[in-house]
Design a protein around this ligand. Structure first.
Ligand code: PLP
Length: 387
């Protein structure tokens, strides 16, 4: 049994998430307020016993750890020779955009989607090509007609896919992924499938790796994998790219090397190996805890604040709140709640088209903090309505 109720003081620890006003409860940046698994911390301790921190290299166990995890948990056969290290997914995506497209090209994305993808694209002088998801009021689906129309009419050498989707928490079905693969293949679009959230899933549910959806998907994709979101190790910059297509792999490896992202820091390999060989028990308990937290937020809103609705997603601890009945700009809402109620949520408009009128709440914290956050949220919305 692991203790996810334990409060760990993170203020004044150089945490990005907690480095805000002392009176504000942060429910914004996507890291968790839980200790990393003791099995991983033990591996760090063992590494610390050796007092030299020179340049490292990856032991064979590194690839084998990824391989056995994806086979066991996600039924994907990864050949270790097609997997290589990169120092973080966001820098890898920026690097791959530079290598696999030209300035002025468009990069397709299903939106609302992770905000840093927008920066990655714009910082390389490429154009964001948004294909908004269809929203039924309850759930999200892919607008396949629009995707086809867009890919057929705009030069999109790349599509960045978030599988599962941050911020809506949607797990894409194998059929959805197959369709994306077929359309992208037809129009010569490479898919960068970012699967960093894939292990944070409602117990009993399954995600499909993009590369497992069909042979076409496997051939046209670069899959981004990491233990960092799952095991709360975001500060360690340890990730991997899986590229079965040999031509594409050559280009991707060269990009990562050229941009100096291929060398692991002294803890990068130990973290991934310990996570994927010893972290299973911790993760299964974590997913139960996160599921309970999700239910707490949904039930609280239904009972206490029915003007805000949580859109249920089976992946991630990032909860997508529909605040459109409040008729307020989502940036205003985020600022107002931070300033007046002392709770900080991300504005939905940060995630592009389809995000306006929503807020994103990070529920990966001990239940006592979650409860405090919800009370502040309720008070803030209450005072806004009555102002
Ligand atoms: C979809 C997605 N990709 C990537 C990242 C960050 O990856 P990294 O820390 O490896 O750059 C995040 C962090 O929130 C994310 O949500």
């Amino acid at each position: 049994m692991y203790d996810f109720d334990q409060i760990i003081e993170r203020r004044h620890t150089d945490s990005f998430k907690w480095g805000i006003d002392d009176t504000v409860l942060p429910m914004w940046v996507a890291d968790m307020d839980f200790a990393a698994p003791p099995e991983i911390i033990d591996a760090f301790s063992r590494r610390l016993n050796h007092p030299v921190f020179g340049y490292g290299r990856l032991p064979q166990e590194w690839g084998l750890a990824y391989q056995s995890w994806w086979k066991r948990r996600h039924s994907l056969e990864i050949e270790t020779e097609n997997l290589f290290f990169c120092a973080g997914i966001v820098p890898a995506i920026s690097s791959l955009i530079r290598a696999l497209s030209h300035p002025g090209d468009s990069i397709a994305m299903l939106t609302p989607v992770y905000n840093h993808f927008y920066d990655c694209i714009r910082n390389q002088n490429r154009k964001v090509c948004e294909i908004p998801l269809l929203f039924s009021g309850e759930s999200y689906s892919i607008d396949k007609e629009r995707l086809e129309k867009t890919l057929s009419s705009v030069r999109c050498p790349l599509m960045i896919l978030c599988n599962p989707q941050n911020p809506t928490g949607t797990i894409w079905s194998a059929d959805d992924l197959k369709t994306i693969g077929e359309l992208c293949s037809r129009f010569g679009t490479i898919v960068l499938s970012d699967e960093i959230h894939c292990d944070l899933i409602t117990p009993g549910q399954q995600y499909t790796p993009f590369a497992a959806a069909s042979d076409t998907c496997r051939t046209i994709s670069i899959t981004c994998l990491a233990p960092t979101k799952t095991f709360n190790l975001a500060g360690l910059q340890t990730a991997a790219l899986y590229v079965p297509n040999q031509d594409l792999q050559k280009k991707a490896r060269s990009a990562i090397q050229k941009d100096e992202l291929s060398m692991p820091n002294s803890f990068a390999a130990a973290a991934a190996i310990a996570a994927f060989t010893k972290g299973e028990g911790w993760l299964d308990e974590l997913n139960i805890y996160l599921y309970e937290n999700k239910c707490i937020v949904r039930d609280f809103l239904q009972k206490e604040l029915p003007c805000v609705r949580m859109i249920w997603g089976d992946a991630t601890y990032l909860l997508w709140l529909d605040c459109r009945l409040l008729n307020r700009d989502s940036r205003f809402l985020s600022h107002y709640l931070r300033r007046e109620a002392g709770v900080y949520l991300m504005a939905g408009s940060e995630y592009g088209r389809g995000g306006e009128g929503f807020l994103r709440l990070n529920a990966a914290c001990p239940k006592s903090l979650l409860s405090e956050g919800l009370t502040r949220f309720q008070n803030g919305i209450g005072s806004l309505i009555h102002s």
